[in-house]
Design a protein around this ligand. Structure first.
Ligand SMILES: [Ca+2]
Length: 101
């Protein structure tokens, strides 16, 4: 696991599941499942109806690259906030723009 993955992946995964976990941490509602299905639509590149680690990492890398406007390989807090917002369905709509093919 590279530095980018080890530093950002846990925060991004937490961001993705945060909205659902706030209401009922041990249950997945139909709305939560619909949100995940909608988000996965742009992430599931091989269309096997599963989201692999590689597919998630590809989306994270794409979102990082989009947020790193000055191409330094690092994000300041504003850039990081913009990137994380891409994964928060409450802020960016049900489907993340980072997840769009
Ligand atoms: Ca897949």
């Amino acid at each position: 696991m590279n530095t980018f993955t080890s530093k950002f992946l846990p925060a991004i995964v937490a961001s993705i599941v945060c909205a659902a976990a706030q209401a009922a941490p041990n249950e997945v509602s139909a709305a939560d499942e619909a949100m995940a299905t909608n988000w996965a639509e742009g992430v599931d590149m091989d269309k096997d109806h599963m989201v692999s680690r590689a597919e998630v990492l590809a989306i994270v890398e794409k979102a990082f690259a989009a947020a790193d406007k000055n191409k330094t390989g690092k994000l300041d807090m504003k850039q990081l906030a913009m990137m994380l917002r891409e994964f928060d369905p409450r802020a960016a709509g049900v489907r993340s723009s980072a997840a769009k093919p």
